[in-house]
Design a protein around this ligand. Structure first.
Ligand SMILES: *Cc1c(COP(=O)(O)O)cnc(C)c1O
Length: 382
């Protein structure tokens, strides 16, 4: 009798599947490295899902009926936060800033003065969708002086610009790996201050025995000394990818990674302006996010058609039409992670020039290339 043997293909170890278990010390070590990246001594929880998970968890943990939240809206994520805040029973004061700029610390301080009952502030640091970035240091000082908790969505700023969680007084600092870190999208993290833990512990409505529960992780993992079993099986592949991405940031140096993103932003803005028919949506350079540049399509040109025409010229460039109400006029160029490079920016400008030309608009491709190159050099020299 012959017994069929498994083929050698099924027996040989698979690099993604046949992995040894991820140990508790290794999981804890990755958390510590994320804490260093966030410049915080607060507890850092790695959350096992895309960054919307810790963002929602932070709001549902810290906010309850009777809370008054100041929700700073400088892009689409602020709108999402407003919905969660209201569903937690909070009274929400929306502070809406035009997508062409940033919110100022003075405006935040004014809103806090007008509503002394505010006890929670939600803020997005950099907005990949609208291409702007907010001055967190000054806003953080105003929030701290008022005594409210500050939640910061730093998904699109971590590794693209300085992020000083403790120095800025950020109580709930949320990051994801998929933007400037060039890492995985399936794990994220939140740094939680002692003040935030106090608020969460006192909140009878904070999620418990739930995938959104920060308290479950605190009790079962952080306070248990991080040597016990994790509350859920660790997301093995994503954790290894996060570790590899931290290794790569360490090898390049965080300052160099940040400088590369700043240069990519400056070069994209200068190059787009030099094309002649595109405008930068974000007016002032200081308000421009290092991860993405939003451009205004020329009059009479639909941004969605321009994006499609640019992608016909070069399908590899990180250009997309904006989502939502601005889709007809706003074009988005991403320049984060592997796209924040000296070669991707000119390739993107060249594709935009081809797209503009195809649609009958003016485009000076060589002026754009030269302006981008000079801006890149100047940004690195700063
Ligand atoms: C990218 C990003 C996130 C993550 O959300 P996705 O919609 O999954 O990309 C959250 N907040 C900000 C500010 C982001 O830029």
């Amino acid at each position: 009798m012959t017994v069929s043997q498994p083929s050698s293909a099924t027996r040989s170890p698979h690099p993604l599947l046949d992995l040894p278990p991820l140990t508790a010390p290794r999981f804890a070590a990755i958390e510590d490295r994320v804490a260093a990246l966030l410049r915080t001594r607060n507890d850092v929880l790695i959350t096992q899902g895309e960054a919307l998970l810790p963002l929602e968890a932070a709001i549902r943990s810290a906010v309850r009926p009777g809370s008054t939240a100041l929700n700073v809206v400088t892009g689409p994520y602020g709108e999402t936060f407003g919905g969660w805040l209201r569903s937690c029973g909070a009274t929400v004061v929306d502070l809406v800033a035009p997508f062409e700029g940033a919110v100022s610390a003075e405006r935040v301080a004014g809103a806090l003065q007008d509503h002394p009952e505010i006890d929670f502030v939600s803020l997005v640091h950099a907005e990949a969708a609208t291409g702007n970035t907010n001055p967190v240091a000054g806003i953080g000082a105003a929030v701290r002086a008022h005594g409210a908790l500050l939640m910061l969505d730093a998904v699109a700023s971590v590794a693209a610009e300085p992020l000083e969680t403790d120095a800025w007084g950020v109580d709930l600092c949320v990051i994801g790996g998929q933007k400037a870190m060039g890492g995985p999208a399936g794990v994220s993290a939140v740094a939680v201050s002692d003040r935030a833990w106090q608020r969460i512990t006192d909140n009878p409505q904070a999620p418990r025995r739930s995938y959104l529960s920060l308290l479950d992780w605190k009790e079962r993992w952080t306070d248990a000394g991080r040597t016990a079993l994790l509350p859920h099986a660790p997301a093995q592949l994503e954790m290894l990818a996060l570790e590899a991405c931290l290794d790569r940031i360490d090898a390049e140096g965080l300052d160099a990674v940040i400088a590369r993103h700043r240069a990519a932003s400056a070069a994209t803005r200068a190059g787009a302006r030099a094309l002649g028919s595109l405008g930068c949506f974000v007016v002032r350079d200081q308000d421009a996010a290092p991860v993405a540049t939003t451009l205004r399509a020329p009059a009479g040109v639909d941004a969605r058609e321009l994006a499609a025409a640019a992608l016909r010229s070069n399908p590899a460039v990180p250009v997309q039409a904006a989502a939502g109400a601005l889709a007809k006029e706003m074009l988005r160029v991403n320049h984060y992670g592997p796209a924040a490079t000296r070669s991707t920016v000119p390739a993107t400008l060249r594709a935009l020039a081809d797209g503009l030309t195809a649609l009958g608009a003016a485009a000076d491709a060589s002026a754009a290339a030269q302006a981008a190159d000079e801006a890149w050099e100047a940004a690195l020299a700063r």
